[in-house]
Design a protein around this ligand. Sequence first.
Ligand code: FRU
Length: 468
Amino acid sequence: MDLNRYRLGFHIAPQRGWLNDPNGLCQFRDAYHAFFQYNPEWPERDTKHWRHFVSNDLFHWSDHGTALVTDIPEDRSGVYSGSAFVERGTASDGGDLMCLYYTGNVIYEGGKEAGYDYVHSGREANEILVTSEDGEAYSAKNVLLRNADYPDVCTEHVRDPKVWEQGGTRYMLLGARDLDDEGFCLLYESADGIEWHIKSQIYSEHKFGFMWECPNVVLGESKDFLAVCPQGLASEELRWQNLWQAGYFPLDDSILNTVLVDESRFVEWDHGYDFYAPQIFTDEAGRQILIGWMGSFGQDWTVTPYGLDWCHCLTVPREIRIGVDGSLRQLPVAELDALREEPVTLAPNTAVTLAAHRADLLLEGIVGEGSLVLDGALSISYAKGLLTVAFADADVAAGRPARSVPVEGLSDLRVLVDTSAVEIYANGGAHVFSTRWFPLADELSVSSSFAGEATAYPLADAMAHAFD
Ligand code: FRU
């Protein structure tokens, strides 16, 4: 089989090797930059670096190589996740400066025999700053925070700095695990982005997992949203169906005034099989844009069937809006529309065939129950108050079982198909599923039994020259 059929046309993926979390997302000197956790030695070894992709429109990306590698003692076991902060006008040419904050991971050798449990001992979490004037050449690394700098309540699991500015002060959120094995966040503040002081610790009212990774913030008018990835929530039939979760807490105030969150209000970003560690950035137009890792750890299904030599991708950039009910909506950024080709109308129960496995499917004015079926192999159905994703073909599913979430009435569906990646947005982006699949058919066949208007837009291949 020609494995090129699974290469993606508008999702970021490495040409070879392993990808996980998006890192350092920003708009800088007219271009969008997306870095990600990258392991070129996968599956033999596990050392993370930052790979770098650049785009002018969030869809035509080009691979700019490995940007940050492990090369100082403080990041010798991995250049772990982090974020970008664009400092206005402080570069030597008077232009903006890209400031990348990440966690330098250090794992001591010796293992349990040496007395390390790698929670309370045997690790270092160093918060490190690297700057760039052009997005290509990087400064020396500046270690800003080390184990000894964190509050005494912390174990050695502290990581994933998210840095932003508000009212002239810079803030840094870190995810952490405390000595009672409870996940929480640290909030630091700084006047210059270099000297950081602890401002607060943010806990949930009751324990909500043993560790919170990849914290982030969505800024509202007066009430913000704290995003975290809690590890250690027990899966239930209709929620938390992955090993580790990713979601947000709606707050009653600014994040700067928050020390306690109500875990019963936690909302999952995405119910998919393949979603974790999203990162949010604000672009120059003021849009808050989320990109997630379209993958996760510790799941039973495969992401590399047939011996694919690259593993995982990122989601498309999604614009975040606050819905009337106070929860967040995610939809692909509008730039995606430029990839649309001649639309085809989908009449109910009449299959349509598209030449390539790339499409933007829009179903509007849905009334009642029904299903949308792709290639006869993947169905997205709504019945009895449940939105269900199910695979009819075990090879195509590569191990993914059916999954449902409760949805009160379905009004619209938008489905992005990009060869081996599918993103499903229901009710204006209030409910989202992301999944990989491995279709065997050359053409994409689509049929829908939903009542309402349905249109299929074939999409152009925006990544054809990503690796040139
Ligand atoms: C989340 C995560 C982060 C860490 C990175 C390492 O997926 O575990 O907490 O920085 O991945 O690759």
